[in-house]
Design a protein around this ligand. Structure first.
Ligand SMILES: NC(=O)c1ccc[n+]([C@@H]2O[C@H](COP(=O)([O-])OP(=O)(O)OC[C@H]3O[C@@H](n4cnc5c(N)ncnc54)[C@H](O)[C@@H]3O)[C@@H](O)[C@H]2O)c1
Length: 468
């Protein structure tokens, strides 16, 4: 058992001010499993871009990495895991991997804040004492991800930060030769999408894995429902409707001394360059299901929405209503909402010429009805099992020498969500062609440092906000 993070970490400029109050924890799902949540602040002051730090990582290290008891790893063909982003999902994902896999070990962690890493180590030592390195290896700060990518003791990296950083980190992880598990969404803008496609192709070429955190692709009742649809049980698919309507979300207030960069990086959900808005950040799960069922990307998105209950400096909208047109003139009507106290309804209905298929979120199961309303097929499923299955498939594929690379699929779904947001924000129809080939939208701040001043929150106004 470690003596605590302080004994193992040398931080350049750490200021402790945790835990932060959180109004609500982020939940993707009404009953999503949660993880560790201790927060703190730390800084390195180095500039980052989507692809920065290859050189910076070598010098001026903010953290001294400690490795011990890892020498035998290669002989035993152990797969050694590093986590970048030790919040709720980082803790959940590493727990899933350590729970389902044998011959794996947590060896390194990175986060903006050292105490978040420390909480994760503590929780994993308690839950999986035999699958955790002897010493806590903690990197903290805006460049901490690079310490994990440069660490030769890490074979597989779990990227569970806020989404804005994801495309650059994915690309650098592949370049560093790491296998990857990445949370959703893959990107928050078309520029990030293109980076993801490059990372996907590079991983295929290098034969390194990238498994995506769109867990419904591995949930048994989803897989079986899509199979039923493919077999024609509901006839020809003529359209669908999908809802991702949930309650509120946490807000992490600014504390004294925080730069714009720190405030936004910590309160990431409320800034579009970091989260993509809730249609991208959360509802990508349903949009991914729609892409899967339709077996295509949509031709266009047209939609609306608004903002009425968010904190004053939050860029988030409260609701989106989007019509996606898929090939064959099939319309998916999609709605997402995130309003405290409003009814929660997350699920999908797929309409066919002979019947319809209902696929509920989390553990709500799948059902097929014929035109007379009689149930012709149904199946339950477990989201907790799906969360674990993605880590089993990942590790099994690495061991089998056939690494899964599925980033493109999640990048496509993420861009479909981005298209919906762009359509609603601008009031224009957004085509897939425009989003993939013409859009110049690139939200990541240039020359970002921990001390950066950033533009004041921007609020989209349909009809005025330009489509770029
Ligand atoms: N698949 C799912 O069902 C599911 C469920 C929950 C969350 N998620 C995804 O996981 C991601 C994280 O969500 P969360 O709930 O864990 O949020 P969180 O705020 O609890 O955790 C994010 C962590 O990343 C750290 N971080 C942010 N930027 C970083 C950077 N540049 N370098 C290092 N660390 C950084 C933060 O300090 C924080 O500890 C989101 O993309 C979210 O969509 C997916």
């Amino acid at each position: 058992m470690s003596g605590g993070w302080a004994a193992h970490v040398v931080l350049g400029q750490i200021r402790l001010s945790w835990p932060f109050p959180e109004t609500e924890r982020l939940t993707d799902m009404p009953n999503e499993p949660s993880g560790a949540s201790a927060l703190g602040t730390g800084s390195t002051g180095e500039a980052v871009s989507r692809r920065a730090f290859v050189a910076a990582a070598a010098g001026g290290a903010a953290v001294t990495m400690v490795h011990s008891s890892l020498a035998a790893a290669e002989e035993t063909q152990e797969i050694r895991l590093g986590v970048i982003g030790c919040g709720g999902r980082g803790s959940g994902a590493i727990n899933d991997s350590l729970s389902i896999n044998e011959g794996v070990r947590l060896v390194a962690t990175a986060d903006l804040y050292a105490p978040k890493c420390a909480s994760l180590w503590k929780a994993m030592r308690e839950a999986h004492p035999n699958k955790v390195a002897a010493s806590d290896t903690i990197a903290a700060g805006l460049d901490s991800y690079r310490r994990i990518l440069d660490d030769p003791n890490v074979d597989l990296v779990l990227i569970t930060t806020s989404p804005g950083f994801r495309p650059g980190y994915l690309q650098e992880a592949v370049e560093a030769g790491k296998h990857v598990f990445t949370e959703k969404p893959a990107c928050v803008d078309p520029a990030g999408y293109r980076i993801c496609l490059e990372a996907h192709d590079a991983a295929v070429a290098r034969e390194t894995a990238i498994v995506a955190g769109t867990q419904y692709r591995r949930q048994t009742n989803y897989v079986a429902a899509v199979e039923q649809i493919r077999q024609g049980v509901i006839g020809d698919v003529i359209g669908a409707s999908s809802r991702y309507c949930t309650g509120g979300i946490w807000y992490r207030p600014r504390t004294e001394g925080m730069s714009d960069a720190e405030f936004q990086a910590n309160n990431w959900y409320h800034f579009i360059w970091l989260s993509g808005d809730h249609i991208v950040e959360q509802a990508v799960h349903n949009i991914d299901t729609m892409n899967w069922v339709m077996d295509a990307n949509p031709v266009s998105a047209f939609g609306s929405g608004g903002r009425f209950t968010r904190p004053e400096d939050s860029e988030l909208w409260d609701s989106f209503s989007i019509n996606y047109e898929y090939p064959g003139e099939r319309i998916v009507t999609f709605m997402s909402r995130q309003i405290p106290g409003a009814a929660v309804d997350v699920g999908n209905v797929i309409y066919g010429t002979k019947g319809e298929c209902h696929i509920g979120a989390t553990n709500a199961g799948s059902r097929i009805f014929d035109r007379a309303g009689a149930t012709v097929w149904e199946m339950e499923g477990s989201i907790a099992d799906a969360y674990k299955q993605e880590h089993k498939d990942l590790v099994d594929s690495i061991r089998a020498g056939k690494p899964i690379v599925e980033l493109r699929q999640m990048a496509d779904s993420s861009l479909v969500a981005v298209m919906g947001r762009m359509a609603a924000y601008t009031g224009q129809k957004v085509t897939w062609k425009f989003a993939t080939e013409e859009s110049k939208l690139d939200l990541f701040p240039k020359d970002l440092t921990w001390e950066s001043s950033l533009p004041k929150p921007q609020f989209a106004v349909p009809g005025k906000t330009k489509l770029v």
